[in-house]
Design a protein. Structure first.
Length: 479
């Protein structure tokens, strides 16, 4: 959940926390009754005279003005006009919060949540968020909603979380709109509804919120809650990429790699991924390594240099590709135990291609002792994720009775699933079962249909290669 949802502060996407829409909203709410000193401080800030603004607000804050105390806290947090000091930021937030100023209560809650300027205290953070949320402050509604969803600092209550986040979303908070969209998408605290998920993502995306723009791209790419459109997916990935969201660059690179909504462009993929990879982002390192591995003239040294650090950080795609290199002796000495190690690392995280390849190692006795039961177990895990090669392999084990009790009905079922997914060998196997009448009616026309389909599939395209990194170049939802 930490990769999907984030807490609300004053601004997002790397903008200054005083800037743009947020401070405008503060002024529209809090300008009534503002004294001249506070306004002078704000005028100085707008002229970027931060030293003057800090001096003016310091005087007002010392006099007990909760708004000046809040903004002085922000100045200390950002290091504008004063030396950055998170303890002083928390101090001024605290004085303002004691006077019931909701933005200060929210920001002080963030200080306690992050342990920034104060000792970390999730319970105190939740208490402060709840106090500000009771007054309808949208950022606090979002934050208290997240704690309620996670059950951190307060009792876990997804339904309450949904209600709080929805109130903030209706108030126009883009982070809350994004969170609400995710809750609809995942069915958290409410009935799953991908159309409503897309609706709220659009609202947040149109406000320039990069994580929502990236997620909207994913929805358009998959056709979830919207009509599938690769060009629209590319558009939203580009918008999020312009706001420096690493996940969006990764997803945009994938579109250029596969030629979805754009012409395939390997140089563009490199241009998108290399800066992120060099900055140490493991998903980008994995993508870059896979690109070097799968290009027409593979560069195994470059592939290894990027895949190794990504795999060591647990990126399943990189673990899988590294396993492939060791299994095939590509850029490294062939080493089946090493291949097994990396396949298993990804397989245990639920990565279907690695589950399939680990099963193959047990089936063939490569790097491990041959074990049909273990092969069947791992083929099943991948097959249940709709991996056609694993579906075919599992069907074959049932057909022969290897590692499982022989069962032609199960064999036919798994052959059929793989056949419907376009796997030629499964289409041929299913056709032969119709010829023999094994677990299916003896039907020559149905047999001919599947045998001809297998021939067409095999000639039209290569069989899906479960060892290839293309499987591994996964979509990125996180930031």
């Amino acid at each position: 959940m930490a990769d999907i949802f984030e807490f609300s502060c004053r601004a997002e996407n790397g903008t200054n926390r005083f800037g743009g829409m947020l401070i405008g909203a503060f002024l529209s709410v809090f300008a009534v009754g503002c004294n001249g000193s506070f306004e002078k401080g704000w005028s100085a800030y707008q002229r970027k005279e931060y030293d003057a603004a800090a001096e003016i607000w310091s005087q007002s804050a010392e006099s007990g003005d909760p708004r000046a105390q809040f903004y002085l806290g922000l100045m200390y947090e950002e290091g504008l006009g004063v030396e950055q000091d998170t303890q002083k930021a928390a101090y001024w937030y605290g004085l303002s919060a004691e006077q019931g100023f909701s933005p200060a209560q929210n920001n002080l809650g963030l200080c306690y949540w992050n342990g920034q300027g104060v000792e970390r205290n999730p319970d105190r953070a939740a208490e402060l968020f709840a106090t500000a949320a009771q007054k309808g402050y949208p950022w606090a509604l979002q934050n208290y909603g997240l704690l309620s969803l996670r059950g951190e600092g307060t009792v876990q209550d997804p339904v309450r979380a949904f209600g709080l986040v929805r109130r903030a979303a209706l108030d126009g908070n883009p982070q809350a709109q994004y969170t609400l969209g995710m809750m609809y998408r995942e069915g958290l605290g409410t009935k799953q509804d991908v159309r409503k998920a897309a609706k709220w993502m659009k609202q947040a995306a149109n406000q320039g919120y990069a994580p929502a723009q990236n997620m909207l791209g994913l929805l358009y790419e998959d056709g979830q809650g919207v009509i599938q459109s690769y060009p629209r997916a590319v558009y939203w990935y580009e918008q999020a990429h312009k706001r420096n969201l690493p996940a969006a660059a990764n997803n945009l690179a994938r579109m250029y790699l596969k030629g979805r909504g754009v012409k395939p462009d390997s140089q563009k993929v490199l241009d998108l991924l290399r800066p992120l990879a060099e900055a140490g982002i493991p998903q980008a390192q994995a993508g870059l390594g896979i690109l070097y591995l799968e290009q027409e003239s593979p560069d195994y040294a470059q592939a290894l240099s990027w895949l190794q650090p990504a795999a060591e950080q647990g990126v399943s795609a990189a673990c899988h590709a590294l396993g492939l290199m060791y299994a095939n002796g590509q850029g490294v000495p062939q080493d089946y135990p090493q291949a097994e190690k990396w396949y298993r690392t990804a397989a245990e995280k639920g990565f279907a291609p690695s589950q399939n390849n680990l099963a193959l190692m047990y089936y063939q006795g490569l790097g491990v002792e041959r074990d049909y039961r273990q092969a069947a177990e791992w083929f099943r895990k991948a097959a249940q994720q709709n991996a056609a090669p694993a579906q075919y392999a599992l069907g074959w084990l049932y057909y022969r009775g290897w590692g499982v009790e022989q069962d032609f009905n199960e064999a036919a079922e798994w052959f059929r699933r793989a056949a419907e997914n376009g796997f030629p060998r499964a289409q041929a196997a299913l056709g032969k079962m119709y010829l023999k009448g094994q677990a299916v009616p003896n039907n020559s026309s149905e047999a001919q249909k599947w045998l001809q389909e297998a021939e067409r599939s095999a000639s039209a395209q290569k069989e899906p290669d479960t060892r290839a990194g293309a499987w591994a170049y996964a979509k990125t939802e996180s930031r």
